[in-house]
Ligand binder design. Sequence first.
Ligand SMILES: *[C@@H]1O[C@H](CO)[C@@H](O)[C@H](O)[C@H]1NC(C)=O
Ligand SMILES: *[C@@H]1O[C@H](CO)[C@@H](O)[C@H](O)[C@H]1NC(C)=O
Ligand SMILES: *[C@@H]1O[C@H](CO)[C@@H](O)[C@H](O)[C@H]1NC(C)=O
Ligand SMILES: *[C@@H]1O[C@H](CO)[C@@H](O)[C@H](O)[C@H]1NC(C)=O
Ligand SMILES: *[C@@H]1O[C@H](CO)[C@@H](O)[C@H](O)[C@H]1NC(C)=O
Ligand SMILES: *[C@@H]1O[C@H](CO)[C@@H](O)[C@H](O)[C@H]1NC(C)=O
Ligand SMILES: *[C@@H]1O[C@H](CO)[C@@H](O)[C@H](O)[C@H]1NC(C)=O
Ligand SMILES: *[C@@H]1O[C@H](CO)[C@@H](O)[C@H](O)[C@H]1NC(C)=O
Ligand SMILES: *[C@@H]1O[C@H](CO)[C@@H](O)[C@H](O)[C@H]1NC(C)=O
Ligand SMILES: *[C@@H]1O[C@H](CO)[C@@H](O)[C@H](O)[C@H]1NC(C)=O
Ligand SMILES: *[C@@H]1O[C@H](CO)[C@@H](O)[C@H](O)[C@H]1NC(C)=O
Length: 683
Amino acid sequence: MILLGKISLAHFWTLALSAVAEAGSCWRNTTCTGPEDTSFPGVWEKNIYAPASRQVRPQSILEASGSRTEFKLGLGYNILTGNGSRIVFDFGIEVGGIVSVRYTASSPGLVLNLAFSEARNWIGEYSDSSNGAFKQGDGYLTYDITAAGEGLYTIPDNKLRGGFRYLTVFLTADSFSNATLDLHDISLEIGFLPTWSNLRAYQGYFHSNDELLNRIWYSGAYTIQTNIVPTNTGRQIPAVAHGWYNNATLGPGNAIIVDGAKRDRAVWPGDMGIAVPATFFSIGDLESVRNGLQVMYDTQASTGAFAESGPPLSQKGSDTYHMWSMIGTYNYILFTNDTDFLQLNWAKYQKAMDYIYGNVDSSGLLNVTGTRDWARWQQGFNNSEAQVILYHALNTGALLAEWAGDTTGLSSNWTARAKILAAVVNAHCFDEAYGAFKDNATATTLHPQDANSMSILFGLAAQHRVQTISQRLTENWTPIGAVAPELPENISPFVSSFEIQAHFVAGQADRALDLIRRSWGWYINNPNGTESTVIEGYLQNATFGYRSSRGYDYDASYISHAHGWSAGPTSALINYVLGLSLTGPAGSTWKLALQFGDLTSVEGGFTSSLGQFQASWHRHSSSSYELSFRVPHGTQGTVVLPPVSGKKLEMALNGKNIPFGIEETKTISITKGGSYKIAVRIK
Ligand SMILES: *[C@@H]1O[C@H](CO)[C@@H](O)[C@H](O)[C@H]1NC(C)=O
Ligand SMILES: *[C@@H]1O[C@H](CO)[C@@H](O)[C@H](O)[C@H]1NC(C)=O
Ligand SMILES: *[C@@H]1O[C@H](CO)[C@@H](O)[C@H](O)[C@H]1NC(C)=O
Ligand SMILES: *[C@@H]1O[C@H](CO)[C@@H](O)[C@H](O)[C@H]1NC(C)=O
Ligand SMILES: *[C@@H]1O[C@H](CO)[C@@H](O)[C@H](O)[C@H]1NC(C)=O
Ligand SMILES: *[C@@H]1O[C@H](CO)[C@@H](O)[C@H](O)[C@H]1NC(C)=O
Ligand SMILES: *[C@@H]1O[C@H](CO)[C@@H](O)[C@H](O)[C@H]1NC(C)=O
Ligand SMILES: *[C@@H]1O[C@H](CO)[C@@H](O)[C@H](O)[C@H]1NC(C)=O
Ligand SMILES: *[C@@H]1O[C@H](CO)[C@@H](O)[C@H](O)[C@H]1NC(C)=O
Ligand SMILES: *[C@@H]1O[C@H](CO)[C@@H](O)[C@H](O)[C@H]1NC(C)=O
Ligand SMILES: *[C@@H]1O[C@H](CO)[C@@H](O)[C@H](O)[C@H]1NC(C)=O
């Protein structure tokens, strides 16, 4: 609920308290379609950053005259006196939505001003940047107080602030040095995840013996929540020069997944390559993903090309993002088995495939002509990253063709094309002497983080090359993360989200966990950040900035501190450490392939339309461990136990000994849903 109009203080308190007590409300008039409660209650819920109520207040005061740090409601605590006086309120975590300020003014003629910042670095009167005009700071909201006494200012809907942690409230009152404004309440109606009445009703969870990893997992999950926005709160395009408007329509439905909370507040399909798995394995509601994909189909060009981003931004000319819309379709169907969506868009999907494959030239490589991409410095011609993404688009397209019931041979055709492509890329783009892929099929010495990571993750790299690639990737590392050679000086947690998965696929769990702790650990432990989300990118000199050294004119405050494309650890820890992943629609088939790294105990789970998937493992010592899991009825899968080089295993499944040979990796088929316990002794 929101508080409107002038009401008595007593009445106000009653309403304020009822607002706090009323946990279960969706955004505005949005129909509640989200889950009401968590699927997996437990101690891990303490790590959820999302507040219990859509109505929140600051957690503390960062800066005010005097040394107060506690935020208190009511008269006499938060007093602004004289022109230029200010109080900085700290919400403690990333938040976003509509702010209301209840005040008592000593006189008319005062002006109440509000400014916002995600990071501590840009606290002040000018806000951080979000509007896309590439000028320093968005400016502030201003409200003229025309009468002495009590009043309420609620920011207009089109001024919704999508992402911030710090709110600076300041007074301008040119004619009175003794003017006072007593702020007796500051509240925020959270605007994200509009269809959920309970923002903590997660359908997935993760818990391990490493608190840092747990916090990182939940920071990715919370970031996703802040990136799922009401469809009529997109950023205004064309960009405004001063201030901001977040009132643009982004696509169909009530909720849609965008790239960032503060900005761009637009659908970016490439970002979804990381954000969508993170969404499924944590909060578990893909309605916003369906709407995000649908708008890409709805705006497909007659050539078959998808736009690079959804409306109103509607950037064009990106072959890689075109293919990400295709891969996004696969991910969405894999997680949901939403066959209605697939049938509705299947003809358009095929057109998209024809469009992109039509640019494969006589060399057998894709000639990239749509050269926009994630942020890498160079793109075009036979760029390796684009080849690897095409390889994945073909293979996932082949699966989609099967799921769509195609009988015209598309699946085998696309699989065959993928094989041919892999052979050509391995022949022309690999640097044999160095042991990793080059940036393209020329004599360049640049070995990019993106193509090399994806070559392992998507299975394009020839098997005998996987270990050298994984090793070479570590040469980009600094103490605070991997610097991308294809975007010098910059650390991209988006591309690093592919890299950590690549190390896991290569069986290098220690390496993957090391990079997660360096990079995401640096951010979540950085007191200048939100301490609750994952950041879009940062610089190798440990400052907040991104692409700024590369000729882009945006100031460092433009960086989004809640960007779903950086949420890779949230799905990776489930898929590779806990080890659970889906191989068939909605988990009809699945895989459980755990990797220990340096951890001793891990558990987690998620929910699909078929039911709950849950697993846990505990290592008692280096010579024994126990794995338990529970999968829905009607599903089947494979359990892959970690390799034990040269040693013998003794294993009991649900208490019964299973005889085993001495193969490196043990594989067990599970043909029925239910609960299982595997006890392993290594001799
Ligand atoms: C809900 O919808 C009604 C009718 O369209 C509108 O008058 C009202 O302002 C809306 N309420 C909110 C909180 O948006
Ligand atoms: C009043 O405060 C504002 C905001 O801090 C400042 O920009 C302005 O210069 C001040 N005016 C005077 C007369 O000091
Ligand atoms: C503030 O000062 C002005 C003149 O400087 C005076 O007229 C006014 O009464 C004072 N107001 C209060 C609330 O003290
Ligand atoms: C957003 O609000 C601004 C200011 O009222 C208005 O100019 C603009 O047309 C609105 N945009 C949309 C898409 O409604
Ligand atoms: C790739 O396409 C561009 C634009 O159509 C064209 O100029 C270029 O010659 C092509 N490159 C190759 C190797 O075919
Ligand atoms: C795929 O199908 C197209 C069109 O029918 C055909 O020209 C092409 O040779 C096929 N490719 C493979 C690898 O089967
Ligand atoms: C190949 O990659 C390098 C490094 O990114 C780049 O400088 C060069 O322009 C690329 N060449 C072509 C033909 O794309
Ligand atoms: C890759 O593209 C460059 C630039 O168009 C071209 O010179 C080179 O021959 C291409 N390599 C292959 C293997 O097609
Ligand atoms: C936080 O920002 C301040 C001011 O820019 C800087 O001095 C400090 O080093 C930063 N802390 C970290 C951990 O980056
Ligand atoms: C960090 O690097 C950026 C980009 O080169 C530069 O603009 C900035 O001044 C550097 N900051 C520090 C504190 O070194
Ligand atoms: C997916 O949904 C379709 C249509 O409802 C159904 O026929 C099919 O069995 C489902 N597939 C799986 C693997 O559950």
